[in-house]
Design a protein around this ligand. Sequence first.
Ligand code: PLP
Length: 443
Amino acid sequence: MTVASTHVFHRQLQRKPPVAVSGQGVYLTDAQGKSYIDASGGAAVSCLGHGHPDVLAAMHAQIDKLAYAHTSFFTTEVAEVLADKLIANAPEGMSHVYFVSGGSEAVEAALKMARQYFVEIGQPQRSHFIARRQSYHGNTLGALAIGGNQWRREPFAPILIPVTHVSPCYPYREQQAGETPVQYGLRLAKELEDAILAKGADSVIAFVAETLGGATAGVLVPVPGYFKAVREVCDRYGVLLILDEVMCGMGRTGTLHACEQEGVSPDLLTVAKGLGGGYQPIGAVLAQKKIVDVMRAGSGFFHHGHTYLGHAIACAAALAVQQVFERDQLLGQVRERGDFLQRLMHESWDKHPHVGDIRGRGLFWGIELVQERASKKPFDPARNVHVRIKREAMARGLMVYPMGGTVDGRYGDHVLLAPPFISSEAELTMVVERLGSAMDAAI
Ligand code: PLP
């Protein structure tokens, strides 16, 4: 089949991407019959790979019963069962799930839930958010304002709500000589405390952070104790903690929620991407009981909503994804295959002149590329190393998720790997071989 339309408003307007026609397991195939290993799960979405029979069967079964019922009239059995399952496996204290259609919607809903909570408990003066540089929380205006990706923010800066941005947890670049990881984490928590106090302790709504940074800095892994210290600071000033696990959550780091490994429970937790595994657009906000109780006893209503909240087919797909995780014990497999991938990358690139850092957890990895290892000097952004890597990787039948440095050129190019949880060792080996070859050709 040839696709002649020129009317799709593509992300990249100067060049049309290949046409994807089918997907099976870790592979996607284009209209020319060329196949690609999906080593990034698109954008950390396709946790079960493509064409998973159990998810497809669940979607078919649901569509035969009911595709859609608007949430101002009805709930559905499938939304209720999915919410029960998510809460049964949620961080401590979470009691309710608010379903949306994706990651940005989840972040927007969480920001508004946090604000409404304070309005309802009589603290309407709280109106400010604190978040981190080098973060990404989505492209809608609220989520973009919270995010710290300068390149994405810049054209829209005059129309974004003011947000205070503090340092991300980025040991490779920002942990000081002579500072232990724990001391570094405490320094960052102190920076957050100072930012809260500078704004006025009773004027801050929430601190928002990705548990593991993803789409801006190529996977940032928190140092031990960082999030516990952050939680304590938030509690000290009555500030809510919103963790955004749209990318790093849903099993990707080897536990269902990445924050489990940090020993903290946020007030609000956003998830998406792997929740529906790419089979349907779905996201969610998991909320602490205290927040839902306040709204129920107060206005009785969350002042928010979209047409497709809790879409029945999306919930059916997400429920099937959760059931496959459990039946096939996939989170253990993520940890095991993650260890294999980590070893392989270190064996392949520990002496590579342009691989500055390899970091991640489970099947969520970032590779930071530098012009020079010793000085950690990034490539000149004008060289567009990440764009060239993506092109070379696609030429070799490999999908990875590369990102450019920041506008100020302080941080360099990265490649993000987020392969499906079902990837075999042989497939992961192929990923590393093809990526190594693509990096060498691009640099
Ligand atoms: N939050 C995080 C951490 C993300 O990585 C993303 C997308 O990459 C989003 C939010 C936005 O999600 P979506 O693209 O589904 O709107």
